[in-house]
Design a protein around this ligand. Structure first.
Ligand SMILES: Nc1ncnc2c1ncn2[C@@H]1O[C@H](COP(=O)(O)OP(=O)(O)OP(=O)(O)O)[C@@H](O)[C@H]1O
Length: 318
């Protein structure tokens, strides 16, 4: 799938500015960005639910811009396309196949396929229930089975686990990653949760204000952020005097030299102390981690910190 110089405006508001993106078969890609950055708009354009003002969307080299959702053969799980309440779970899953005008399989085949998909999403036996009789996580899995029924070339997921609690969300996303592998899918999912993107994706597309800030593996985006925005949005970061960005776990305490910091707050976070302090004479807040095997720094004391890995960003030439 390739998106080439895609632009989209709503009235006089530019939601996407010349987006270029290529996704290879088998990839699991996250669109990550804050609210309003254009993630959903881009996903809807790829699906064919929204049309770009400029640029092209290519599937296997073919411009599909004028093709409908059905013709594009994409599966999607979008929160606003909830399950049909008046249909059973099995009918919901079979929906995409039973409304096919061309190449609709016989009824018995559709039924068998729906059953097979329900087994795949681990809901076998629940086909006769109605959506109202399922938990949130089960409903999401039905939505996924419905999207997979048409054997999509591309699976698009918009915050698929948004409404679920943290534990279910974590289980379900790992399960989805497994399903993506076993079914050999190509998937794009939208999230504003950096942890979800870092954990799940082969590549992350970081978006802000309708632009792509960076495309890279989770490792690249985290370790080599391309801009101050990415550094801030993906993982935590401190900005030290001189425009240096450093992550809380990339700071060491030193006996002399370094940067003097007054300790304001200390709390435990897993195996470390998270220390919040102010750089002396700068009134700038920094956060860093100290191994909890050493004693916790004392509130009000001045300690000296040394960045281990820092990054500087230069103004981009446009
Ligand atoms: N139909 C529309 N009419 C007008 N403006 C719209 C429309 N759809 C989206 N927008 C605007 O375009 C921008 C991008 O919206 P989009 O839904 O793509 O963002 P997002 O990154 O998915 O955000 P979120 O994480 O909140 O869903 C927003 O400022 C939004 O208000």
């Amino acid at each position: 799938m390739r998106v080439q110089n895609v632009t989209k405006t709503f009235g006089d508001f530019a939601a996407l500015h010349g987006i270029d993106l290529e996704i290879k078969p088998g990839e699991f890609v996250a669109l990550l960005g804050p609210s309003g950055s254009g993630k959903t708009t881009l996903l809807r354009i790829i699906a064919g639910l929204e049309f770009q003002d400029g640029g092209e969307v290519l599937f296997d080299g073919e411009d599909v811009s004028s093709r409908s959702v059905g013709e594009r053969q994409v599966g999607f799980v979008f929160q606003q396309y909830a399950l049909f309440k008046h249909m059973t779970v099995a009918e919901n899953v079979a929906f995409g196949l039973s409304v096919r005008r061309k190449g609709r399989p016989p009824k018995a085949d559709i039924r068998a396929r729906a059953e097979e998909l329900l087994r795949l999403v681990q809901l076998d036996g629940l086909g006769k229930r109605y959506p109202g009789q399922l938990s949130g996580g089960q409903r999401q899995r039905v939505a996924l089975a419905r999207a997979l029924a048409i054997e999509p070339r591309l699976l698009l997921l918009d915050e698929p686990f948004g409404a679920l609690d943290a534990k279910v969300r974590k289980d379900l996303r790992r399960w989805l990653r497994g399903l993506h592998e076993t079914m050999g899918l190509t998937s794009i999912f939208v999230t504003h949760d950096q942890e979800e993107a870092l954990e799940l994706a082969d590549r992350i597309v970081v978006m802000d204000h309708g632009r792509i800030e960076q495309v890279g593996t989770p490792e690249q985006v985290y370790m080599e952020p391309a801009s101050p925005f990415v550094s801030n949005f993906v993982g935590e970061t401190n900005q030290l005097p001189g425009g240096i960005h450093v992550r809380p776990h990339d700071i060491d305490l030193v006996a002399s030299g370094g940067i003097p910091v007054v300790v304001d707050n200390v709390f435990r976070r897993g195996g470390s102390w998270r220390v919040e302090g102010r750089i002396e004479g700068h009134d700038r807040v920094v956060e860093f981690d100290v191994n909890a095997a050493s004693p916790a720094p004392t509130l009000g004391d001045t300690v000296r910190i040394q960045p281990l890995r820092e990054r500087q960003f230069h103004k981009r030439r446009l």
